[in-house]
Design a protein around this ligand. Structure first.
Ligand code: GRF
Length: 191
């Protein structure tokens, strides 16, 4: 049986993108990559792995609907079934949500529903919480509001800086994202 084909959407450094691509037991193939920041570091990573990319500036389009329609065409052309957001800094619109209903997943560096939106690690750090973590969830119209698939707690230590906390959160992210994708896709394909 041929592998499920997935696309990763990212806008930044791409450490989660890399963790997915490097994971040799991933049950799906990362067959496409989408980026909305033409100067993002993650683009070079995708190119080094030989993964075909679509890079765009949202401002070159008249609306979210317009660039998402083009994205949908590209994703269909590449026979993509699933979308994994990994630091994609745009809100997914109706067009993409409809086209990939129930098949878009995001990773967020907090224990949602706490600290949604930008700089979740900084928000948790400033709030002086004793623990934070990582959430994997389905994407809906809201900002980090979709149904939760998996969560893992990360303690915040007295002597943590925002940077040390971020490093420990990322270690968890890089394990939890591929593990959760594998569990979910295995469950879906066996039912
Ligand atoms: C990660 O912390 C992820 O949870 C959030 O954006 C960050 C992306 O980091 N959505 P990277 O580009 O994968 O290193």
């Amino acid at each position: 049986m041929s592998k499920i084909r997935a696309a990763v959407f990212a806008s930044g450094t791409g450490s989660n993108f890399e963790a997915l691509v490097e994971r040799d037991d991933l049950v799906c193939e990362i067959a496409f990559f989408v980026c909305d920041q033409p100067d993002a570091k993650v683009i070079e990573k995708a190119s080094n792995y030989g993964i075909e990319a679509f890079v765009f500036w949202a401002k070159d389009f008249s609306s979210k609907e317009a660039y998402e329609q083009l994205l949908i065409e590209k994703l269909r052309e590449k026979e993509i079934d699933w979308i994994f957001l990994a630091g994609y800094m745009r809100i997914v619109g109706h067009a993409l949500l409809r086209a990939f209903e129930g098949k878009i997943i995001n990773i967020h560096p907090s224990l949602l529903p706490d600290f949604p939106g930008k700089d979740a690690i900084g928000q948790a750090y400033e709030a002086n919480v004793r623990e934070t973590g990582v959430t994997i969830h389905f994407v809906d119209e809201g900002i980090d509001t979709g149904p939760i698939i998996a969560q893992e707690t990360v303690p915040v230590y007295e002597d943590d800086t925002k940077e040390t906390l971020k490093q420990r959160i990322q270690v968890v992210e890089h394990q939890l994202y591929p593990k959760t994708i594998n569990q979910l896709l295995k469950k879906i394909t066996s039912s």
